[in-house]
Design a protein around this ligand. Structure first.
Ligand code: APR
Length: 230
């Protein structure tokens, strides 16, 4: 089977009811990014950071995967599909996709604040001050914050290098290093983009489906399955 690598961002889950990041005001749900998603923010006000992610988690539990997520599962009938997502939600998992790499962490997990390898599932929506890892340190959200390194980036590069087909769904491709992953696709690898907005990429090899994920993924399935049959 050919390898289909799918890079996804916030737009993938927009139609499930999870807002994208880059609104016009530059704020995340009324907070400055540095306050809620950086090691400094955590140092300054842990309560605020915990509350922020608890609210996100609570909302996530009310959301469901959309037709775009399910479409990517269907593609596993025809391709060896590997998803590399910048999203911290678990909608790809809940839809049933098999291979998912979370570049920026996972909202429904916590981790030790002294050892990033100690990762735990969060039961329900709430992580509390006072909940500790087995080494006795406060648990923090299992999220890669601004200013932190991206531990799985090397794995993501290896995946992209092996792509026969690449698909990029719902990301503005402005946050690095994630945005550079497109450059690791082999030269002959076709790249499909599903995004209702214009896409600034290496335009020569990009086929742009200018739609949201819910409409765009079924269209992609159509194109890809026809190309297999021809
Ligand atoms: N379907 C597909 N794409 C959509 C849809 C939709 N229904 N709605 C919006 N989009 C597109 C927007 O046009 C935009 O290009 O999704 C993109 C969302 O971009 P961002 O909000 O910048 O999200 P993302 O690229 O995932 O951000 C990357 O930035 O803040 C950090 O860590 C955070 O992982 C995040 C990273």
């Amino acid at each position: 089977m050919k390898k289909l690598v799918v890079l996804t961002g916030a737009g993938m889950s927009a139609e499930s009811g999870i807002p994208t990041f880059r609104g016009i005001d530059g704020l995340w749900e009324n907070h400055r990014v540095e306050d809620v998603a950086s090691p400094n923010g955590w140092k300054k006000d842990r309560e605020l950071v915990m509350r922020f992610y608890n609210e996100r988690r609570k909302k996530l539990l009310e959301c469901e995967p959309n037709k775009g997520h399910y479409g990517l599962v269907e593609l596993e009938k025809y391709f060896d599909v590997q998803i590399v997502t910048q999203n911290i939600d678990d909608l790809h998992e809940r839809a049933g996709s098999k291979n998912i790499l979370h570049l920026h962490g996972e909202l429904r997990k916590s981790r030790s604040s002294v050892d990033e390898n100690l990762v735990y599932d969060i039961d329900g929506w709430e992580l509390k001050i006072g909940e500790k890892c087995e080494k006795g340190s406060q648990l923090r959200p299992h999220i890669v914050w601004f200013g932190e390194s991206v531990p799985l980036f090397g794995d993501a590069i290896d995946i992209c290098k092996k792509a026969d087909v690449m698909v990029i769904i719902g990301t503005s491709m402005v946050v690095y290093p994630a945005a550079s992953l497109i450059n690791y696709a082999p030269a002959e690898c076709p790249v499909y983009v599903i995004n209702p907005a214009s896409f600034e990429g290496p335009s020569a090899k990009v086929i742009h489906i200018k739609k949201g994920a819910v409409e765009g993924v079924p269209e992609l399935i159509d194109i890809l399955t026809k190309s297999i049959n021809n």
